[in-house]
Design a binder for this molecule. Structure first.
Ligand code: NDP
Length: 393
């Protein structure tokens, strides 16, 4: 029996994880759950899964949360410290880290330092502080299991093979909803269009990241740290069907791929039950239903965000932290209709241009660079003055 701390329980990954717990009660139980502002959903989850403790984003919401819990015996914490306390509790065997964005960093960092195994969905944490997280895990002798479908695929393709014979990692990208949109129309696409991912149903932030391909950029950084691979040996190819989740090419030229239906319960189950494979109630892949599988090179003019991520990795140090923070601000501004789709990468680019990367010695430095970049990106967004289409820099 594995005892789980589930961070981000009310989100897309959180709910898929709870579905696994529902399917495999003899294998998994929930010690604690952390969420943001969806108190009603959290209260329903408490009723079903009976955790000992929950945490919510704001202290001011605690009375309302207690009211919704209606006398159930569960401790209620709040804020980053609340999520971190749940993740580091003695009872916990594994932390499923699925808070979206930079808010997930500190709870994950504290859990690693408490010697907890991590199943990591929150890629932003690794982008912000990859080197520090990986070295904290090594110091404590704990493992980081990838949840992201691409990284889970790579992890699976590496099983039973020699790391020193890997030539490159090949991440697949669907291309998102604008794969075939004429370039000149990208400036005026709407939020609703950007939120229509062709293959996956996910949270709003990652769905916009998929449309810009920043998601793949963040995944390149994630792969760099998770698999200790030089950036020039991580390649991205477009694969519109999202059936091949990623691949590893070995030095003899052979490529090993992992395929599956787009259902996050499969990589989550692999991360939580490794090395076992669980027989869940999801669909198995039937290749003949899919017809053709296509692979295309990335058109860089269409997806400048990917180039920014490679650039941040080349600069190294605190530059990926800046990339991530500026992206979070720009995506939020886009979702609020304050900037256009093509302004997202411009905000990130300009924020990065104003930063001189340094090698962070501790998490405090990461957090202060993160704050700086958020302020800088916000001021760029505000200077754009609510204009939707045109970016005036
Ligand atoms: P969602 O937006 O669906 O969920 C985000 C979760 O984080 C919610 O539970 C939300 O709570 C919680 N949250 C947000 N801010 C805070 C905070 N300050 N404190 C505590 N909890 C907070 O996102 P996804 O589930 O789609 O993604 C989660 C992470 O997993 C992201 O990093 C994403 O990149 C990664 N990922 C997601 C995939 C997917 O298929 N969805 C695939 C691969 C990776 P509330 O809703 O209550 O406010």
């Amino acid at each position: 029996m594995k005892t789980i701390a589930l961070l981000g329980s009310t989100g897309s990954i959180g709910m898929s994880t709870l579905d696994l717990v529902r399917q495999f009660p003899e294998r998994f139980k929930i010690h604690g759950m952390a969420a943001g502002v969806n108190l009603k959903r959290l209260a329903a989850q408490v009723k079903e899964f009976s955790p000992r403790v929950v945490s919510i984003k704001h202290e001011k919401d605690v009375p309302r949360m207690r009211q919704l819990l209606n006398g159930q015996r569960v401790e209620v914490l709040w804020g980053e410290a609340g999520a971190a306390e749940i993740a580091s509790a003695n009872e916990v065997d594994v932390v499923l880290a699925a808070i979206v964005g930079g808010a997930g960093l500190m709870p994950t960092f504290k859990a690693l330092n408490a010697g907890k195994e991590i199943a990591l969905a929150n890629k932003e944490a690794l982008v912000m502080a990859g080197e520090l997280l990986v070295s904290a895990a090594a110091k404590k002798g704990v493992r980081l299991f990838p949840v992201d479908s691409e990284h889970s695929a790579i992890f699976q393709c590496l099983q039973g093979n020699r790391r020193d014979e890997v030539d490159k990692l090949i991440l697949t990208a669907s291309g998102g909803p604008f794969l075939r949109t004429p370039l000149k129309r990208l400036g005026s696409v709407t939020v609703a269009q950007a939120l229509k991912h062709p293959n996956w149903k996910m949270g709003r932030k990652i769905t916009i990241d998929s449309a810009t391909m920043m998601n793949k950029g963040l995944e390149v950084v994630e792969a760099r740290w998770e698999f200790q691979m030089a950036p020039e040996r991580i390649e991205v190819v477009i694969h519109p069907q999202s059936v091949v989740h990623s691949m590893v090419r070995y030095q003899d030229g052979a490529v090993i791929a992992q395929l599956g239906v787009p259902d996050m319960r499969i990589p989550i189950a692999y991360a939580l039950a490794y090395p076992h494979r669980l027989k869940g109630n999801w669909q198995a892949l039937e290749l003949t239903r899919h017809g053709e599988l296509n692979f295309l090179p990335v058109e860089h003019k269409r997806y400048p965000a990917l180039g920014l991520a490679y650039g941040a990795l080349r600069e190294g140090g605190t530059m990926p932290t800046v990339l991530n923070a500026a992206n979070e601000i720009a995506v939020e501004a886009f979702l609020e209709g304050r900037i256009g789709f093509r302004d997202i990468h411009r905000v990130i680019d300009k924020t990065m241009q104003r930063h001189a990367a340094t090698r962070p010695r501790d998490i405090g430095e990461i957090l202060s660079v993160d704050r700086w970049a958020r302020e800088k990106a916000s001021s760029l967004v505000n200077r754009n003055n609510g204009r939707i289409k045109a970016w005036k820099a």
